[in-house]
Design a protein around this ligand. Structure first.
Ligand code: PAF
Length: 281
């Protein structure tokens, strides 16, 4: 696996692949890879001539007081894992080159970034869309793949690509979970054993909502009440619901009744760790 750090080297390589008619797939990550990331790599591997994984802990998507400084990193382990799943190029740019002095251009998607995570993280999606646009210009992929755990991120990127006529196919990949249901996330390492047990309430509440819908329940209030009961069990002070909402999966508009595919989206603090999870009911 080749490692590229410099932006001009990445761009020249991408240009040369394009001239040779190669199909390039990009898997953008912030590193500290887990099986969820590797599932994305394995999924695109047979669908592309060249697979590029990027690792960049993007400062512009972290708000003040968030975990940018303590975000977990282990590049040598990541390099080994990426080599094992057959990634061709690891692109690992430096923040000083990505955001030099005088940087002042951002890509902002409006409506779909406002609810859900947009309320407690008002500048987050602007950082994501800006860095993903930059990665698209640098790697020039035909396909890019993102996990559905960050469902609002995926909706936002699809919107950006459509609105700005970007010539990239966006693929989503189902959430990868531990055997007990916990959605894989680099932030799970922040959880103590006790908190990890409590974090299972997210997937348990999604299961319960799915069961209710399967049994014919359609009222958003009834479904969300059950979800909140499970999340807030024992009125545990260590567990704080940021949001539990039903939304239309493409527009992210609020839904009161489950009449078609409906996104149940959760963000919950377990101690100081904010976890997200979701399911389309
Ligand atoms: O999902 C992530 O890891 C990040 O938001 C992304 C897409 C790599 C952009 O920094």
């Amino acid at each position: 696996m080749r490692i590229i750090e410099k932006l001009d080297e990445m761009q020249q390589q991408a240009e040369s692949w394009r001239r040779q008619g190669k199909h390039v797939a990009l898997v953008p990550t912030m590193g500290y890879l887990h099986q969820g990331h590797l599932a994305l790599m394995k999924f695109v591997r047979p669908r592309a001539d060249l697979v590029v994984a990027s690792i960049f802990v993007n400062p512009t998507q972290f708000g003040p007081g968030e975990d940018l400084d303590k975000y977990p990193r282990d590049t040598s382990r990541d390099v080994k894992l990426l080599g094992d799943v057959g990634v061709d190029v690891l692109f690992i740019p430096h923040a000083e080159e990505m955001y030099p002095d005088q940087f002042q251009t951002y890509v902002e998607v409006k409506k779909v970034t406002q609810p859900l995570c947009g309320i407690s993280r008002p500048t987050h999606f602007r950082g994501v869309t800006t860095v993903v646009s930059k990665l698209f210009h640098l790697v020039k992929p035909h396909t890019a793949i993102f996990g559905e755990k960050d469902f609002q991120q995926l909706v936002t990127i699809r919107r950006m690509v459509k609105d700005l006529n970007m010539d990239v196919e966006i693929m989503g990949h189902p959430i990868v979970r531990e055997d007990d249901g916990l959605a894989l996330s680099s932030r799970n390492v922040y959880l103590t054993t006790e908190q990890r047990r409590k974090a299972l309430r997210l997937s348990q509440s999604l299961d319960a909502a799915e069961d209710l819908v399967k049994k014919g329940e359609r009222s958003g209030n009834v479904i969300l009440q059950r979800v909140r009961e499970i999340l807030a069990e024992d009125q545990d002070e260590d567990v704080r619901i940021d949001y539990a909402e039903l939304r239309q999966p493409e527009t992210l508009e609020q839904v009161d009744h489950v009449e078609g595919p409906t996104l149940l989206a959760l963000a919950v603090f377990i101690g100081s760790t904010r976890l997200i999870d979701n399911r389309v009911l």
